[in-house]
Design a protein around this ligand. Sequence first.
Ligand SMILES: [Zn+2]
Length: 88
Amino acid sequence: MSSGEFDLRTRIGLEAFAPEVTCSRAKCDTTATRRIEWRNPRIHSEDRIKIWLSCDEHLDFLLGFLKSRGFPVRLHAVADPVNEEPIV
Ligand SMILES: [Zn+2]
């Protein structure tokens, strides 16, 4: 459902996310303001962190999608430093 997801491990080494990042919601190219870090406990070990980026409009949709499935979720501003702590 999302074409914009990526894994935190592919971004380690970058000091910050580029400011022109766009929302992970399909068909949305609005600049993202939030970074949603999440994990699917059924398929991801505790040290895995999946990331979606979200614009203001789609934040509730994306959070709702993850929370309705009971996934651990953590929310950051898009420019916050990378958080490598496990999501619990
Ligand atoms: Zn969006």
